[in-house]
Design a protein around this ligand. Structure first.
Ligand SMILES: [Fe+2]
Ligand SMILES: [Fe+2]
Length: 299
């Protein structure tokens, strides 16, 4: 582990470099933030238009071969309980429903985005794995809690809650691994190191990205506060779900050891909804099995 003094010196050095580069100012500008692929934007527009009909959505999806094949693949997957019976796009959209096609378009686009900006480097790979696990856990929690939270929205929020880290990684390659060493040396949270060194933390940047993408304001609020759910004003229960999912599957190697099942069972959301250690184990198991299915389907 790094010595505390060495960590402080390295942080001061990086801080002055970033001040020169005006990184905070850059991260506040829409043109500097990741863009949601156009196909996802169009699918989101169509699926949120109450007058839109199935042929409109089908025509849109047909324009993107990769998405069309994923829609077919998903509609035939075990994840949706239909093994190999759907052969046309119309039947696939009918089987999945507009809402599922919507999150699928966002998920497939996010996958492209994470891969495009990073290739195979450990920070991007670790971030994608963490994001997909958090998405899956968030969806499971939303379903179990059943507070009227849309479960597919919980998935999308979980998948993209750390999009701010992706935006920062584009500017500061390898920053996650570097900052994690400092977290560990100083025994502080990752967000705290970001604020100290960069001047802004990734959850704030995630909120900007969500606003830029015209995501529902309740989701922007939840992702902006995924490390401080008590501060969420519009959608505190979604922010609590995201925070809890992060506790279940923290990013590996970041000085924050994974809590035990016993500890997870005492998190506020778990206590509030009478979930115990058995539920924790079941949620973890379901997450891992869905995570591997999803990884395969997205490949
Ligand atoms: Fe996270
Ligand atoms: Fe985060």
């Amino acid at each position: 582990m790094l010595d505390v003094e060495v960590a402080r010196e390295q942080m001061a050095e990086e801080r002055s470099k970033l001040e020169e580069l005006q990184i905070v100012q850059a991260l506040a500008q829409p043109k500097e933030l990741p863009a949601l692929p156009a196909i996802a934007v169009r699918v989101m527009q169509i699926t949120s238009d109450p007058k839109a009909k199935l042929p409109d959505l089908k025509r849109m999806i047909e324009t993107d071969e990769a998405l069309a094949s994923k829609v077919l693949k998903f509609s035939n997957s075990a994840l949706y309980g239909r093994a190999g019976r759907v052969s046309t796009l119309t039947a696939a959209i009918t089987a999945l429903g507009f809402l599922t096609v919507r999150w699928l378009a966002v998920t497939a686009s996010a996958h492209t985005l994470f891969r495009k900006s990073g290739g195979g480097d450990p920070d991007h790979a670790g971030l994608w794995e963490h994001s997909l696990k958090c998405a899956t856990t968030s969806r499971i929690l939303a379903k179990r809690i059943g507070t009227g939270q849309d479960i597919e929205e919980a998935f999308v929020a979980g998948l993209l809650h750390d999009i701010g880290k992706l935006a920062i990684l584009d500017k500061l390659p390898g920053y996650i691994s570097r900052f994690c060493q400092w977290c560990e040396a100083l025994s502080v949270e990752f967000s705290q190191v970001e604020v100290d060194v960069i001047g802004v933390d990734h959850s704030e940047v995630s909120g900007h990205v969500f606003e830029l993408w015209n995501m529902p304001p309740s989701l922007s609020d939840a992702v902006s506060h995924h490390h401080s759910p008590q501060m969420a004003k519009v959608n505190r229960s979604m922010a609590e779900i995201l925070w809890t999912a992060n506790e279940f599957f923290p990013m590996e190697g970041c000085g924050h050891p994974s809590p035990t099942d016993e500890e997870l069972a005492t998190l506020p959301l778990m206590l509030k909804h009478n979930m115990n250690e058995r539920d924790v184990a079941a949620i973890k198991e379901e997450t891992m099995s869905r995570y591997s299915e999803l990884s395969d389907l997205l490949r």
